[in-house]
Design a protein around this ligand. Structure first.
Ligand code: DOR
Ligand code: ZN
Length: 361
């Protein structure tokens, strides 16, 4: 089965077409640590100039000192000859002091603080149990202009898994932004029409990241011929009208919507399991996946703003100077890849992909 074509639409651009973009950045990425970091970092570093690196390690990156040490490990694992720059984040807890936020801001290398509602996803046990506990830290963030990056799902067991993002907007995000109107917010990996509408219409400094998998697939992918754990991520894939709303947002040219892969590696056995982990591995072929989605929408001319400009502008960082090239050329994704001692399965493993990343232009 061919990525995207199988589910949705035909390609529009002739074979051999090349696409040159300013070097993009990934505004939401999981790099893990140790041998896993060494296995996945080269994929991201080949395509992206910078990435916002998620702090959900075990234990989580809750302080500037821990972020500095993690940043050093990333730089040490960085392949020779790439200028890839990790943009670090702190993991917000019930106990994050305001002083920690000020120190993070002063460091120059911490670019966001991540809110995981406790229990929402992988390694989120130390997350915030009640936003009121984090108000001192949020005040300091508002004051210093530190970005709050939000995993926007409620964790209430009584709320249907597919409705948790919508409920988060109503129950948490709107009240939070009423209390902190100048807080700079990125609503991460949005998956619903509700979130896209909210981000487009809301007042103040707000943006959203969009993953390639939520642009390419709806929730049918989870059950295509059987249960398909490599399509399972959080927030979970939604119905087709939501996917279409995300495509409309991503290709609208509105600078509030930009690229964040949420590439989230887990070893094969941890996904193909009795209780499989959430996360899609897309770092290997991220730009190709986004190009596939934008091509299908007839919007390849909007890819560069989304991938290479809007995120940097929102984070108040300079745009990258280099350029990269992709070609419309079919190739077959590997069935799996080394992941330390184990293996990892890229999204769409074994399928044909219509675009190929060629490297610097
Ligand atoms: O699918 C996901 N995987 N969603 C998250 O929020 C966390 C991530 C991970 O770290 O594996
Ligand atoms: Zn994530």
């Amino acid at each position: 089965m061919d990525l995207a074509h199988h589910h949705f639409h035909a390609a529009s651009v002739p074979e051999g077409t090349t696409l040159v973009l300013d070097r993009p950045d990934d505004w939401h990425l999981h790099l893990r640590d140790g041998e896993q970091l060494a296995a996945v970092l080269p994929h991201t570093a080949a395509q992206f100039g910078r990435a916002i690196v998620m702090p959900n390690l075990k234990p989580p990156v809750t302080s500037t000192a821990l972020a500095a040490a993690y940043r050093r490990r990333i730089l040490e694992a960085r392949p020779e000859g790439t200028g890839f720059e990790p943009l670090m984040t702190l993991y917000l807890t019930d106990n994050t002091p305001a002083a920690e936020i000020r120190e993070a801001k002063a460091s120059g290398f911490v670019h966001a603080v991540k809110l995981y509602p406790a229990g929402a996803t992988t390694n989120s046990d130390s997350g915030v149990t009640d936003l009121r506990h984090a108000y001192k830290a949020l005040e300091a963030m508002q004051e210093t202009g530190m970005v709050l990056a939000i995993h926007g799902e409620v964790t209430d067991r009584d709320i249907d898994v597919f409705d948790r993002e919508k409920a988060f907007i109503e129950q948490k995000l709107i009240p939070l932004r009423r209390d902190f109107p100048a807080l700079r917010v990125v609503f991460e990996h949005i998956t619903t029409q509700d979130a896209a509408d909210y981000v487009r219409e809301a007042e103040g400094d707000i943006a959203a990241t969009l993953t390639a998998h939520h642009l390419l697939y709806n929730r049918n992918a989870l059950f295509q011929g059987g249960i398909r754990p490599h399509y399972y991520c959080l927030p979970v894939l939604k119905r087709e009208p939501h996917r279409q709303a995300l495509i409309a947002a991503a290709t609208s040219g509105n600078p509030r919507f930009f690229l964040g892969t949420d590439s989230a590696p887990h070893a094969r056995g941890d996904k193909e399991s009795d209780c499989g982990c959430a996360g899609c591995y897309t770092a290997l072929h991220a730009l190709e996946l986004y190009a596939t989605a934008f091509e299908a929408a007839g919007a390849l001319d909007r890819l560069e703003g989304f991938a290479s400009h809007f995120g940097a502008d929102f984070y108040r960082l300079p745009r990258n100077t280099g350029r990269v090239r992709l070609r419309k050329e079919a190739w077959t994704l590997p069935s799996d890849l080394p992941y330390g001692e184990r293996r990892i399965v890229p999204l769409g493993a074994g399928e044909r992909l219509g675009w190929r990343f060629l490297g610097p232009a």
